[in-house]
Write a protein that binds this ligand. Structure first.
Ligand SMILES: Nc1ncnc2c1ncn2[C@@H]1O[C@H](COP(=O)(O)OP(=O)(O)OP(=O)(O)O)[C@@H](O)[C@H]1O
Ligand SMILES: [Mg+2]
Length: 255
């Protein structure tokens, strides 16, 4: 709120892969804004270009046409969390969480303190000196979240971060992420296949079409903030889930 420009703005964004005649139109044209402090969720059928969009936002991939602007003020403004965690197996949990701070040249003592703080918040304090290979999938994903949040990014990009987890753990981590991002007002662009996840977390839920993905619908979950996972049992929650599912089904199963 209060800031006149969005943190992220995509305009007429497209991405095509390959060379003619074997090109694949993966994305767009797509327009999208994410306001400061906003949590935007994107859902869409498999292969519609969601990861492509996030990789462009993270600067890992160029658009074919159009622009994606990120307006932030800090030197290391963006953090990304991948579905496969992206943590380093040869570094301890503590060193993984400290990684982004080391890159930012935060002094060692402060970096260790901040890493320890995030590990404690995510219930990993006892595992600071363990190696990721000895952790469960859910714990590894917590390490990835702690590492991303430790740098206090102005923009957090998440690509199906909970997809590999079982339903129970997924719910727990959704609730944790909800609490953290509400406390910090982290601007977040979050990709998921789970409509429930999108409704719990999002200020807005954007629905993408089948490939090449465009935004075909937008819904605002009618739950004021700060909200908790308790909204899952609200009738309005179930109704919105049904509505989004109908929109998605039309894309997933071409007429
Ligand atoms: N590096 C690449 N080279 C060629 N084609 C690619 C490349 N990356 C993605 N694609 C193609 O672009 C399309 C969109 O892929 P993308 O990974 O963005 O989909 P997605 O929406 O993230 O799918 P999922 O939900 O399954 O993760 C797919 O058809 C994919 O095959
Ligand atoms: Mg993907």
């Amino acid at each position: 709120m209060g800031e006149p420009y969005p943190k992220l703005r995509a305009t007429d964004l497209t991405r095509t892969f390959g060379r003619t005649p074997h090109t694949v139109d993966a994305l767009g044209p797509l327009g999208l804004t994410v306001a400061a402090g906003e949590f935007v969720c994107v859902v869409g059928p498999s292969g519609c270009g969601k990861s492509t969009l996030l990789r462009i936002a993270a600067g890992l991939l160029r658009p074919s046409t159009g622009t994606l602007e990120i307006r932030t003020t800090s030197p290391h403004p963006v953090a990304m969390i991948f579905q496969d965690y992206g943590i380093y197996d040869w570094k301890t949990v503590q060193a993984n969480v400290r990684f982004g701070l080391d890159v930012q040249r935060v002094p060692r003592r402060e970096a260790n303190a901040r890493a320890a703080d995030w590990l404690a918040r995510l219930g990993l304090a006892d595992f600071a000196h363990a190696y990721p290979a000895t952790l469960s999938g859910g714990m590894r994903q917590r390490v990835a979240i702690a590492r991303a949040l430790a740098v206090e990014p102005e923009l957090l990009l998440m690509d199906e971060p909970f997809a590999a987890l079982d339903a129970q753990l997924r719910t727990i981590l959704q609730d944790e992420l909800l609490e953290i991002t509400q406390a910090l007002h982290t601007t977040t662009l979050f990709i998921t296949h789970s409509l429930e996840e999108a409704i719990v977390l999002g200020d807005r839920v954007l629905v993408m079409s089948a490939r090449p993905g465009r935004i075909i619908a937008e819904r605002r979950p009618p739950f004021p903030r700060p909200r908790t996972g308790g909204i899952r049992s609200a009738p309005a929650f179930t109704a919105l889930k049904g509505e989004l599912w109908d929109l998605l089904r039309k894309e997933a199963v071409p007429a």
